[in-house]
Design a protein around this ligand. Structure first.
Ligand SMILES: Nc1nc2c(c(=O)[nH]1)N[C@H]1C(S)=C(S)[C@@H](COP(=O)(O)O)O[C@H]1N2
Ligand SMILES: [Mo]
Length: 388
């Protein structure tokens, strides 16, 4: 069976395995970092029951670091993936389309890899701008897709291993290039290597540029350059961004009237704000690190959870359900297991950067704990319930 008459032909010099390998290595690195930090985020946010009592609370900035990397590597993967797809897309048109069952399976795994990765990065990017336009749960789908990607990527790497090995190093026929080698005098292999070098320079510039203008939402050093980041970590009441305002959560002055914090335990009790303020106060410096990629460190002051639990007859900490009095939207309830409830840095915070909490930051009381996703730092807390 011959090639159909009008079947596309590709003459570009960089639709070759060496270019695919060079770009693929960079993309692979971004995907690896993104996957590992994604697993970390998943485990901290929704730990399986066997892990929940063993999560590390140090370093206190751990989640800020890993989630910052997650969003940075995911963003960097976008230009890398597009370049990789451009390099290899002529393979879509190989003729005949399928030569054997193994070949068919391989093509299917690539289809799964490409579509899952495109969707994953797209969903992740929309998440960083808090645009939840789909009807499904972002977290479940993002998590499931990650495994589809890893599985199909392993198949892809296994199938291509010989090809990758062959093209891992610069072709020996092309010795190190002088910076200004003239293609016409140095032959086709040189010219191709020069082209490849330009492509690589272009894509690394693109990666550097998107990183520079977005990383500032978690990397303090770059914060003045984060022109395209969805969030400026300095903008918000008391110098801290807000995801859900008190108004959006339906937390009104009426609702707060007669507010008390209920603490569960063998000797359960409730305390007014004045009574909480009369307990020993502690000051900690901890970041809010949102899963969406922004983070900001702040000074928090309030009562240690371990002191409250000890007073309720639980001197060794407890596995808690923390309940907010918010009326609308998600994140009104979180769980906190032993490592956090025993930690000196875990507070029911009453003040932020030396002022009483702003309504949008959870007045009268919110949770702040080390090495935790922002989404678990529950605001407008009204109850600490003990889970058995
Ligand atoms: N009750 C409640 N607590 C909440 C939220 C919420 O929607 N409701 N949002 C969480 C999320 S996603 C983040 S990132 C942090 C943001 O804290 P901040 O608004 O004080 O900066 O609060 C968390 N605590
Ligand atoms: Mo968040």
């Amino acid at each position: 069976m011959g090639i159909p008459l009008h079947w596309p032909r590709f003459r570009g010099r960089l639709h070759d395995p060496r270019t695919a390998t060079v770009i693929g290595r960079l993309l692979g690195l971004a995907v690896l970092v993104c996957f590992v930090t994604g697993v970390i985020s998943h485990c901290l946010q929704e730990p399986p029951s066997w892990l929940s009592a063993h999560l590390p609370t140090r370093p206190s900035w751990g989640y800020r670091f890993s989630q910052g990397l997650h969003v940075i590597s995911g963003t960097a993967a976008v230009p890398l993936l597009l370049t990789k797809l451009w390099t290899v897309y002529p393979r879509l048109f190989v003729w005949p389309p399928v030569t054997s069952p193994v070949h068919a399976a391989e093509r299917l795994s690539i289809a799964a890899l490409v579509s899952a990765t495109l969707l994953e990065l797209f969903l992740g990017l929309l998440n960083t701008v808090q645009w939840y336009v789909w009807p499904f749960s972002f977290r479940q789908v993002h998590w499931a897709l990650a495994w589809v990607i890893v599985g199909s990527l392993l198949i892809h790497l296994a199938v291509k291993a010989p090809l990758i090995a062959r093209h891992w190093r610069r072709p020996t026929a092309v010795p190190r290039l002088p910076r200004t080698a003239a293609p016409s005098t140095t032959g086709g292999a040189y010219a191709k290597e020069m082209d490849r070098r330009s492509l690589l320079r272009g894509v690394t510039t693109a990666v550097g540029a998107v990183t520079l203008v977005t990383a500032g939402q978690s990397v303090t050093l770059l914060k003045d350059a984060d022109l395209l980041a969805p969030r400026d970590p300095d903008v918000g009441p008391q110098g801290l961004p807000v995801n859900r305002t008190a108004r959006a959560a339906g937390v009104t002055a009426d609702l707060l009237e007669g507010w008390k914090l209920f603490v569960d335990g063998p000797e359960a009790f409730s305390l007014t704000l004045d009574e909480l303020n009369a307990m020993p106060q502690h000051r900690v410096e901890l970041p809010i690190a949102c899963v969406e990629g922004w983070s900001k460190s702040a000074h928090w002051e309030g009562v240690r959870i371990k002191d409250l639990l000890a007073r309720a007859g639980l001197p060794n900490g407890a596995h808690l359900r923390i309940v907010s009095l918010q009326r609308h939207g998600g994140y009104g309830v979180s769980e906190m297991d032993l490592p956090y409830t025993r930690d000196d840095l875990t507070l029911v915070a009453l003040r932020l950067n030396d002022e009483v909490l702003a309504p949008d930051h959870g007045y009268p009381a919110r949770i702040i704990a080390p090495n935790r996703p922002g989404v678990l730092q529950t605001k407008w807390v009204s109850k600490l319930e003990v889970l058995t």
